[in-house]
Write a protein that binds this ligand. Structure first.
Ligand code: FAD
Length: 445
C-alpha cells in the first residue's frame, strides 16, 4: 500500500506541513527519528530540579505571522506571552538598567519615539538610529545593490553607525535574530529582518516569550490536529534514504530496512541530514543539490542556573559588555516560583570548544558583576547545553545556497528553516517553509 504524503522530521517545519496538509483533507504519515518531537525547538523536564528546560531560550516576534497562524490552528496561540509593545531592557557593567520601550504609534513612529525617549542611547546614538530608520524606510539599501556582498558590520559602518552603538545595540539584535557574529552575518538578510521586525508595525515589533516549555507550546497539539484528521505520527523512525528512480521519489527507507512507499515525500530534516537521503553521487552531480554542503553551522550555548533566592527583578535583558548576550528570568516568566535563570550565548563559534565548567564559571563571574545578588546567593544547580548545529550560518551569499521547496525530483519537496524562506533560521522560517511545501503539494493536486 502506498501512503499519500510522507513527511520526514517532526520539528516546526514538518509539523506545520503536516497540519496544513491534514487540514486540507490529505492523508499524512509523519516520521520522526527521535522518541520526541520538536527538533531544535524542544523542552524536557530537568531531572535534578524538576524544572521544564528548553534546549535553548526561544523568542518569537509579532511578525511571526505563519507561526501565529499555525499555533492558532492547533489551539495553542495563548502559550506565547506577547508584550503589549516592543520593550527591551539592557543591563550594563555599571549595573545600570536602561530601556527601549516603543509606544503604540503607527510605524515607524513607534520606533522613532521609542528610541528618542529611551535612556539607553546617547543623543548622538539616537541620531544614528534615526538615520538608520530613514535609510531602511527609504529602501536605499535594497538587495539589488552592493549590500548583498557586505557583512552586517561592514554595512552598519557604511551607514555611519558608531562602534559603541554597533556593539551595544545592533550587534545584540543581529546575534539574537540571526545567530551569527556581525563580522560574518549577511547584511541583506539583516536588513530584511530589521524591516520586517522593527519597521513594519508596532504589532510586528512585539516580542513573544513562551509561557511553557517549548514542546508544550506545539508538539502534542499539532499531533492531535493531524491525528484528528486521520493522519499518523510515528516516533523512532530513523529514515535513511529516499526511494528515487527515474527522477521520481516513490517513498522512504527506514534504518531497519523497511520501505514505505508514498506518492509524495516532504523532507523536513535539517540541512546537514538531508544530503544523506539522496542516492550516492546525486549531491555532487546535480546543480540543485550540490550547493547544500556549503551551508555551515552556527552554534548556540545556553546556560541554566538555579539559585536559592531571587537574583534579579528583570524578566529578560540584553547584556552589554559581557560574553553572554541575553538573560531570561525563567522562574518569573514561567511563574514557577523558582529562582531559575537562562543565559544565551549565540553565534558561539569562539566558545563552543570550551568545557561546560569553563562556560559556567565565565557566566557566573559576569553575572556577579552585573547582579550583586548573585554574590550572596547560593548556586543550587547548573546546566549547560551546547547546540553545535543550532542554525545554519547566515553568512554573506547564503541565499544562493538555500534550495526551494520544489526539487528537480518529482514527488519530493523540501521544508526546514534552511530552505529559501528569505529569513534567518527561525521558528517563523521553519513554519513558513512547511506551509510553502504544503501549498505546492496542494496546488499539484
Ligand atoms: C538553542 C537554540 C535557540 C534558538 N532560538 C531561537 C529563537 O529565539 N527564535 C527563533 O525563532 N528561532 C530560534 N532558534 C531556531 C529554531 O529553533 C529553528 O529554526 C527551528 O526549530 C527549526 O525547525 P525545523 O523544523 O526546520 O528543524 P528541526 O527542528 O531541526 O526539525 C527536524 C526534525 O527532523 C528530525 N530528523 C532528523 N533526522 C531524521 C531522520 N533521519 N529521520 C527522521 N527524522 C529525522 C529531527 O529529529 C527533528 O525533529 C533556535 C535554535 C536553537 C538550537
Amino acid at each position: 500500500m502506498s501512503e499519500d504524503i510522507i513527511i520526514v522530521g517532526g520539528g516546526f517545519a514538518g509539523l506545520a506541513a503536516g497540519v496544513a496538509l491534514a487540514e486540507a483533507g490529505r492523508s499524512v504519515l509523519l516520521l520522526e527519528q527521535k522518541s520526541y518531537l520538536g527538533g531544535r525547538a524542544r523542552s524536557f523536564q530537568e531531572a535534578t530540579t524538576g524544572s521544564v528546560v528548553d534546549n535553548g531560550q526561544h523568542l518569537l516576534m509579532g511578525c511571526y505571522h505563519a507561526t501565529l497562524k499555525f499555533l492558532g490552528t492547533i489551539g495553542t496561540r495563548d502559550t506565547i506571552n506577547f508584550e503589549p509593545q516592543l520593550r527591551v531592557q539592557f543591563l550594563d557593567p555599571t549595573r545600570k538598567v536602561t530601556e527601549l520601550r516603543c509606544p503604540n504609534l503607527p510605524s515607524p513612529w513607534h520606533l522613532m519615539c521609542g528610541v528618542f525617549f529611551s535612556n539607553s542611547f546617547s543623543f548622538n546614538q539616537k541620531l544614528d538610529v534615526l538615520r538608520m530608520g530613514r535609510v531602511l524606510r527609504a529602501g536605499k539599501n535594497s538587495s539589488a545593490n552592493a549590500t548583498d556582498r557586505l557583512t552586517v558590520e561592514e554595512w552598519l559602518r557604511t551607514l555611519g553607525q558608531s562602534e559603541r552603538l554597533r556593539r551595544d545595540f545592533w550587534d545584540l539584535i543581529c546575534i539574537a535574530a540571526m545567530n551569527e557574529d556581525p563580522r560574518i552575518a549577511s547584511a541583506v538578510l539583516f536588513e530584511h529582518v530589521l524591516r520586517r521586525a522593527l519597521f513594519s508595525s508596532p504589532f510586528d515589533s512585539r516580542l513573544g516569550i513562551p509561557r511553557k516549555g517549548l514542546s508544550d507550546c506545539y508538539t502534542d497539539a499539532a499531533v492531535a490536529t493531524i491525528r484528528a484528521r486521520g493522519g499518523q505520527v510515528e516516533l523512532r523512525q530513523d529514515v535513511r534514504g529516499l526511494l528515487i528512480s527515474e527522477g521520481v521519489c516513490k517513498g522512504v527507507r527506514i534504518a531497519d530496512g523497511t520501505v514505505i512507499e508514498g506518492k509524495t515525500v516532504v523532507s523536513a530534516v535539517p540541512w546537514y541530514v538531508f544530503p544523506g537521503f539522496l542516492p550516492s553521487g546525486m549531491v555532487s552531480s546535480d546543480a540543485f543539490f550540490s550547493r547544500l554542503p556549503r551551508l555551515a553551522p552556527a552554534p548556540i550555548i545556553s546556560i541554566y542556573l538555579w539559585f536559592d533566592r531571587p537574583v534579579t527583578e528583570l524578566d529578560f535583558a540584553g547584556l552589554r559588555g559581557t560574553t553572554i548576550q541575553w538573560l531570561f528570568n525563567k522562574g518569573r516568566l514561567m511563574g514557577t516560583g523558582q529562582s531559575y535563570i537562562s543565559l544565551v550565548l549565540s553565534g558561539a563559534h569562539e566558545h563552543i570548544g570550551r568545557s561546560k565548567e569553563d562556560l559556567r564559571n565565565i557566566v557566573l563571574r559576569e553575572l556577579a558583576a552585573l547582579l550583586p545578588e548573585v554574590r550572596s546567593a547560593k548556586l543550587l544547580h547548573s546546566l549547560v547545553i551546547k547546540e553545535r548545529f543550532a542554525t545554519f550560518s547566515p553568512c554573506v551569499g547564503v541565499d544562493s545556497m538555500r534550495p526551494s521547496a520544489r526539487t528537480p525530483i518529482r514527488g519530493l519537496y523540501l521544508a526546514g528553516d534552511w530552505t529559501d524562506t528569505g529569513l534567518p533560521a527561525t521558528i517563523e522560517g521553519a513554519v513558513q517553509s512547511g506551509y510553502t511545501a504544503a501549498q505546492m503539494i496542494l496546488q499539484q493536486g
